[in-house]
Each structure stands twice: as C-alpha cells, then as structure tokens.
Design a protein around this ligand. Sequence first.
Ligand code: NAP
Length: 291
Amino acid sequence: MNNSFHKDTVILGLIGKPISHSYSPLIYNITIELKKLDCIYLPFEVTEKQLKNAINGMIAYNIKGLNITIPYKESVTKYLDGLSEEASIIGAVNTISNIAGKLIGFNTDTHGIYESLLPYALQLSNKSVTLLGAGGASRAVIYTLIKYFNPSSISIINRTAQKGEELCNYFTDKMGYHSISSHSFNDSAIRDSLNSSALIINATPIGMYPGNADLHPLMETYSFTNEQIVFDLIYNPHMTRLLTKASKEGAEIISGLKMLICQAAKSFEIWTGEIMPVEDVFKSVKYMLIE
Ligand code: NAP
C-alpha cells in the first residue's frame, strides 16, 4: 500500500448510501497497486441532504473522479455541468469526471453490459430478449441492447407492472424503439416470454447475497435450453441459483462480475486515461466472493 500521498495524488472515490457492501474500493485499489499509480480511491457515505455539497466538494478538493451508486444515480444529474450521450438517454449517472473544473456525468454500466454480451453478438442479433426488472440497471441494459445488439424484441417482466410500462414508453420515445413490451410477474406471461427468448437477463436483486441468495427469480419448473443465454447482473455470489440451474440445463451463462469489473475499467479510463488489467482484477475479486 502506498503511504506517500501528496498534493498531486489523484483522488477518486465513491458516493452512495449505504456503501459498506461495495466492491469498488477493492477493484480500484487493486488496480492502482498493480499499475503502481499515484492515486487513491475512497468510499464516502453521504446523506441525501449533503449530496449537493459532496458533489461541489469535487471542485474544492480537486477530486478527479467519483462513482455514484444507489440511491443517487438519478438525483445527482441535476448537480452536473454536462452528461455523456448514454447518461443523458438513460437518465442516470454512475461516474462523474472532473474535467478542468467541469463535472461531467457518464453511465459506464452500459460498457460493462456491452463487454459481457459482446462474445454472443452474432447469436443474439435479431433475437428476442426477456428482461426481469425495471430499475436503474434495466435502463442501462435496454439502452445497450438497442444501441449495439439489434434485438427483435425486448420483453420486460416486472413486479410493479406500471414501472415496466413506463420503461417501454420511455425507450420508445427516447430511442424510437417500438418492439418493447411489459408484463407482470406471473407464470404464464413469464413462460411465454422465456420460450421465445434467446437471451434472459436478471436485473432484480433476487439471488443476491446475503438476504436473497437462496432465491431464484423464475419459477423453478422452467427448463432452459442449450440455445439460450442467461445473464445475471448479480455478482455476489458469482454463481447464483439462476446461473447454476441454467448451466446444468445446458444454457450459456454470464455472471455480473464481468459487468462489474468492465464498468469500473471504463470509469478508470475516463478519469486517468489508464487501462485496467481486467483479467488480473477479475481473478482477485472473484477470490473474495461467495462461490
Ligand atoms: P433497482 O433500481 O432498485 O431495481 C430493482 C428492480 O428489481 C425493480 O424492478 C424491482 O421491482 C425489482 N425487485 C426488487 N426486489 C424484488 C422482489 N423481491 N421481487 C421481484 N422483483 C423485485 O436496482 P438496480 O440498480 O436496477 O439493480 C438491480 C440488480 O442489478 C441488483 O441486484 C444489482 O446488484 C445489480 N447490478 C449489478 C451491476 C453490475 O455491475 N454487475 C450494476 C448495477 C446493478 P419493482 O419495480 O416492483 O420495485
């Protein structure tokens, strides 16, 4: 660990509440150590009331970059000087860069999703997708699918049907994409959608350590096929119950860990111009997770 920080040390960090569960300090500080950079990445737990001051503090303290996590990814946009194209369309920011005193917001979750799906791009082109969840991560998923993967249709399954419908209207309006529909969380809607989908994505916390790790976001009676790809955005555990089942039944599986590391790699590049050693960081972080 570098103990010789000085006034030119590049300060990076994370703002959210709560943040004790976050793997970001681990990911960035491993990277800084591996690359022997004069940087430090710090977690800052900030209340809603202090959010504006905390963001302005980036200028006062010359903080080069911050990640933004739950619950501020949307509310932080009003304190910024500008947004990248993807952040502006999605309406949420997970990365702020202090560029010569101007605070610009980015959404690098899209890059993590893009890198996770890229090996399957040909297999996915012009195919249907089922997406479980209609929260912030789902917005980044929908943007990335429409922009880069040419889906024939996207079917959102969400507990609160109204939120799914709002998302459909939002992306039809923002990206001119009409083949998007929303269904409530009931067995027959899910089954119909799954049967016709080449890609199934879980963007809910069902299956996540610690509270939800024993849960499965779909009915256990559904069997996957070896022509389907199942992508779980959850990264802890690395192998969720959903992925374990899908893998046993012959489907291709993608864990959220690659997305987690790749979104961080993009943020790091935006802030420092440096390339993260993704494979090495992946191995180190995987070692720390529940299997
Ligand atoms: P969010 O904005 O809070 O949205 C959560 C979504 O899950 C909502 O649609 C919610 O439905 C649904 N949901 C929550 N609990 C549920 C339950 N018990 N039963 C059914 N549906 C439920 O969260 P988010 O930011 O989109 O994150 C979603 C997941 O993605 C989390 O597990 C997060 O860890 C993961 N994620 C991973 C990465 C990565 O880098 N790998 C990045 C971002 C997020 P309602 O609309 O009905 O509330």
